[in-house]
Write a new protein. Structure first.
Length: 236
């Protein structure tokens, strides 16, 4: 048997799923919400300057709100982990037999024999810190969060929102008539939504073309609804 066969299998995993998740959250809302706002205003006003001002205000507010949401989510994750690890240390120290039973149960569920269950449990229970880490990961399914995660998440989501929001708004900087600017904005944004949806789907394992079309359709529907509502109110 060729000793080099083990090199033929290469596992591809996401190295930074949290970062990619933040980018997806920020970029998807950044492309969609300002796009819908600009489209809606284009149905009500003819001056692109008003839309630019409103769009910039929305991007600033939206990026701050989204970033704050990411920060609070990261802090909640850290607080939850701290609370659970404190509880786990208490159980290891004061409910040792219960924790030993739970550890054995884990090893039993993965198919180890009773003798190996006993040996593995006694081995891991010798080190309290290692035991707690084991129970946090395999009993509770919790990984230790990055202490800088909250700040990183806020920046990633906020900046991604800004990057996405500039795309549908940019034509209004150069075209004075809102409806003409909207035509360019629709074309540019739908192309970006399709590309974004395609790569998002590739990363997450969803069929790429289907995912790209879904993201594009959602953005188009949001913009069309906003434009239609603005036209409806303008008519009255």
């Amino acid at each position: 048997m060729d000793s080099h066969l083990h090199h033929d299998h290469i596992e591809n995993h996401l190295r930074s799923p949290d970062f990619l998740r933040d980018i997806v959250i920020g970029m998807s809302d950044g492309l969609t919400v300002p796009f819908a706002l600009a489209a809606g205003l284009s149905g009500a006003v003819s001056n692109s300057t008003i839309i630019v001002i409103a769009g910039i205000a929305e991007i600033c507010a939206g990026s701050i709100a989204m970033g704050l949401g990411g920060y609070l989510s990261g802090k909640t994750e850290q607080d939850h982990y701290k609370s659970e690890i404190k509880r786990e240390y208490h159980e290891v120290e004061h409910l040792r037999e219960v924790e030993i039973s739970e550890t054995k149960e884990f090893f039993a569920n993965i198919g180890l024999s009773p003798a190996v269950q006993e040996q593995a449990t006694q081995e891991i229970a010798q080190d309290k810190d290692r035991w707690v880490d084991f129970m946090m990961k395999y009993e509770l399914g919790l990984e230790k969060p990055d202490p800088k995660r909250a700040t990183k998440s806020a920046l990633n989501i906020g900046l991604s929102y800004v990057a996405g929001g500039i795309i549908p708004l940019s034509p209004y900087f150069f075209i004075d008539t809102s409806l003409e600017a909207l035509e360019v904005s629709v074309l540019a944004t739908l192309i970006c939504l399709f590309i974004f949806g395609y790569f998002k789907s590739r990363i997450t394992g969803v069929p790429a073309l289907k995912g790209a079309l879904q993201v594009t359709l959602i953005g188009a529907m949001a913009a069309a609804a906003a434009f239609g509502v603005a036209r409806l109110f303008e008519a009255h």
